[in-house]
Design a protein around this ligand. Structure first.
Ligand SMILES: *Cc1c(COP(=O)(O)O)cnc(C)c1O
Length: 388
């Protein structure tokens, strides 16, 4: 057998594709600027390398959910503006203010952030968040005026600087739905109230990836884009290429066993699958411990130019594909040791194929790939450096 060696389990991250996507989103959003959302380890792609590449490609801001995620980026030497918007009473606001993070405020956080600013004798940079309908965080409209007046007082005391007003959309991935109009109207009212209260709003931001593509009226000054920079489409009826995007992650491993079995062979726990006829089974050494959804039986795996379905239950460490043919296992054509691509790259299954098999969305498939899978970063500039 040819001894071609592939990494045992790898998520290859194409940073050139990522830069392309950021530039594409900049063009679509222009003249609004781009915040690259790198929460949850950049949707599983690796926060620090993705943040650096996104900034190189012209993203003006970075967005994360947690202050701790923002602090980690600062510790990696990233100096660009970083907004963090999801807090608890355990959040280290002092670290956030000290590291110069921009902090989203929906209500109660204001007092905590002001306390940190007092202690550090350094004003906190804040963005006030209005709930325009999503029903998660964000200040309810009836409490907005009260939040604004407290913010104005603290700003006059020099404890905070309000630079942004923002909100988050609920149904932008379904552009025909009317609720986005209501959210835009509520957002405009909230911005108007902030201006009337004497706040000089530098950045108004509302759009996520779907709204950046489908609702130019949501662009305002800044768009917060996550999914799109990873090259994936938020729409059911449009793929990456339709939006001018290139998928960034390729997830692959190696066929670790190849064996001939008779008809009636049970496969994996519960015997949820039995072979109909004699066939060759391939063992693929990734499972839910690597972030492969356990319910994704039937999803495709690419081996040597052909797609094979996952059969039987997906286990913690492994899954099985049915190669169909017999007489394969011990021949020179054996697929043992061949590269097996779960998704990404040309001719391979798409992230969306796995999302469909797992009854979820592409966001979840890439984000849940676990730390057990090595991330390898690819970029042309890097390769030419290596050649030099
Ligand atoms: C995750 C998130 C985004 C990015 O959403 P995408 O659909 O991935 O572009 C934007 N804003 C907020 C508040 C978020 O939580």
């Amino acid at each position: 057998m040819d001894r071609v060696t592939f990494p045992e389990r790898v998520a290859e991250i194409d940073l050139d594709a990522l830069r392309h996507n950021v530039r594409q989103l900049r063009d679509v959003a222009h003249p609004a600027r781009v915040m690259a959302v790198v929460k949850a380890d950049a949707y599983g792609h690796g926060a620090v390398p993705v943040a650096r590449a996104a900034l190189e490609a012209g993203a003006a801001w970075l967005g994360v959910a947690h202050v701790s995620e923002g602090v980690a980026l600062r510790r990696a030497g990233i100096e660009a503006p970083i907004l963090a918007w999801l807090h608890t009473s355990g959040t280290d606001f002092t670290a956030g203010v000290e590291q110069g993070l921009d902090l989203g405020i929906s209500g109660w956080e204001l007092e905590h952030i002001v306390a940190s600013a007092r202690e550090l004798e350094r004003p906190a940079i804040v963005h006030l968040k209005i709930d325009t309908g999503l029903g998660r965080n964000g200040c309810p409209p009836d409490k907005w005026d009260a939040l604004l007046s407290r913010a104005v007082e603290y700003q006059e005391e020099g404890l905070i600087r309000v630079v942004g007003i923002f909100s988050h959309l609920a149904v932008a991935d379904e552009p025909a739905r009317p609720e986005t109009d209501l959210q835009v109207t509520a957002f405009r009212e909230a911005v108007g109230a902030a201006e009337n209260a004497g706040i000089d709003v530098e950045v108004r931001h509302l759009a996520n990836t779907p709204a950046t593509f489908s609702r130019p009226d949501c662009h305002f000054d800044l768009v917060r884009v996550g999914l799109g920079i990873y090259g994936l489409s938020p729409f059911a009826d449009q793929g990456s290429a339709d939006l001018g995007l290139k998928p960034v992650m390729t997830f692959s491993t190696v066929v670790s066993h190849c064996k001939e079995v008779p008809a009636g062979q049970g496969v994996s726990y519960g015997f949820a699958y039995r072979t109909q006829k004699a066939t060759t089974l391939g063992l693929i050494p990734v499972g839910y411990g690597d972030g492969v959804p356990r319910i994704a039986t039937g999803a495709p795996v690419l081996v040597e130019g052909r797609m094979y379905p996952v059969v039987g239950r997906i286990a913690m460490d492994q899954l099985v594909v049915d190669f169909g043919a017999t007489g394969l296992a011990d021949t020179p054509n054996s697929l043992l040791g061949r590269r097996a691509v779960l998704f990404g790259g040309s001719g391979a299954p798409a992230v969306e194929d796995w999302a469909a098999a797992a009854q979820t969305i592409n966001y979840e498939i890439v984000t849940r790939i676990s730390d057990r899978v090595e991330r390898v970063y690819r970029e042309a500039s890097q390769e030419s450096d290596d050649d030099a």
